[in-house]
Ligand binder design. Structure first.
Ligand code: SAM
Length: 364
């Protein structure tokens, strides 16, 4: 079955564009995939075939009309057409290699290219459009985004790449970035190829590549590692409180956390941004007998003694948070303004009513 891409656009002349060259172009010529365009202008309204209008509620720019786009979609796809209907949109789910592979395994795609300030929301809902983003930046129209999406899909169609294996070992296919490649000359500006690659030992080469791939991913895209099986993804410190409801009230009303789980008999889960804390009911009040003003030396630095429990929360503007808490008058009398520490962090701490020390810090 030939993969069929139908593009709905105000600029059909932008296609096939770069898709008419190289791998995608050869595949198009061989009918491995087909491309058709629908010109939105053909469905425009009035003497000037208008496709856009001013935004309801006011504001800058124009909006693509729902009726115009709906008619263009209906003229392009019939009821039996089960191809996914995609709308290129910066508000969409970010495109991933996984989604690209899924799409390449279907019979084709219908792609709507947005323009202006966007598309009337009603047509997105009524024609079941899946919004797809190619990244966190704004293009002037959906056409270049559609070309990128199709380029990624077409190269995965059977027979398009000379060596099918090279598609499967590439970045993102196994959740990692690809290892660095080398080729001739053996020496370039004084730099040689890593010896292992010319050793002829395929086992060792594979091992080296896997390690490189992992190290590169760790340093450049640690977020990708979260999808590796067994990778810890989140930490939730558990702090003891002797009164659960009062504890929740302190973290909620004073520090701004939301309570997302509460079992009055024992535990509560609190959330602020990506941070989660677990409070658990304890009857140990021994920390109360300690002098919280007393100082001790920890790792060469002077700190206040708190209860036995503490946690460190990284924030993105420690000074702003300090000022915010200061305004709310919720800083502990011992709390000092954020200060630079020898371990390259600027931080301040507060004590909760149960002696738990919460340190907010920012790496320098
Ligand atoms: C100027 S943009 C509209 C942006 C819109 N006002 C917003 O802030 O979300 C016009 C069109 O370009 C396309 N576009 C822009 N950036 C995109 C991206 N990152 N991914 C996919 N499509 C994009 C969309 O089709 C969009 O409707």
């Amino acid at each position: 079955m030939t993969f069929k891409a139908s593009i709905i656009t105000l600029y059909p002349e932008m296609f096939p564009g770069s898709l008419g060259l190289s791998l995608a172009g050869n595949a198009l010529e061989k009918d491995t995939w087909q491309l058709e365009t629908t010109n939105l202008r053909d469905f425009g309204k009035g003497k000037h075939a208008n496709v856009d209008d001013t935004p309801a509620g006011g504001g800058a720019g124009m909006v693509l009309r729902a009726d115009v786009l709906a008619e263009a979609i209906d003229a392009t796809v019939d009821k039996e057409d089960i191809r996914p209907r995609l709308l290129m949109s910066p508000r969409g789910k970010p495109l991933t290699q996984e989604r690209v592979r899924e799409l390449s395994q279907g019979g084709g795609v219908v792609i709507v290219c947005g323009r202006f300030e966007g598309v009337d929301e009603r047509v997105i809902e009524e024609r079941d459009l899946e919004e797809v983003s190619i990244g966190d930046y704004i293009l002037s129209g959906g056409e270049p985004a559609a070309i990128i999406l199709l380029d990624a899909i077409v190269r995965l169609l059977p027979g398009v790449m000379g060596n099918d294996e090279s598609g499967e070992t590439e970045s993102f296919e196994n959740g990692l970035l690809e290892h660095p490649p080398y080729t001739r000359p053996a020496e370039f500006e004084g730099k040689t190829i890593p010896e292992i690659l010319t050793s002829g030992n395929h086992g060792k080469v594979d091992e080296w590549r896997k390690l490189q791939s992992l190290e590169l991913t760790k340093s450049r895209r640690p977020d990708l590692l979260e999808t590796q099986p067994g990778t810890p993804t989140h930490i939730m410190p558990a702090l003891p409180v002797t009164d659960l409801l009062d504890g929740v009230a302190f973290y909620r009303d004073t520090l701004g956390f939301s309570c997302v789980f509460l079992d009055e008999g024992g535990t509560a889960v609190l959330q602020l941004g990506k941070v989660e804390l677990h409070l658990w009911l304890s009857n140990d009040e021994s920390w109360k007998s300690r002098d919280l003003n007393e100082k001790q030396i920890v790792s060469g630095a002077e700190t206040f003694i708190a209860g036995t429990h503490s946690c460190r929360i990284e924030v993105n503007d420690v000074f702003a948070l300090y000022e915010h808490y200061k305004k709310l008058r919720c800083l502990h009398p011992n709390a000092q303004a954020p200060e630079k520490k020898p371990w390259d962090a600027t931080e301040f701490g507060i004590l909760d009513p149960y002696g738990n020390l919460i340190i907010f810090f920012e790496w320098l």
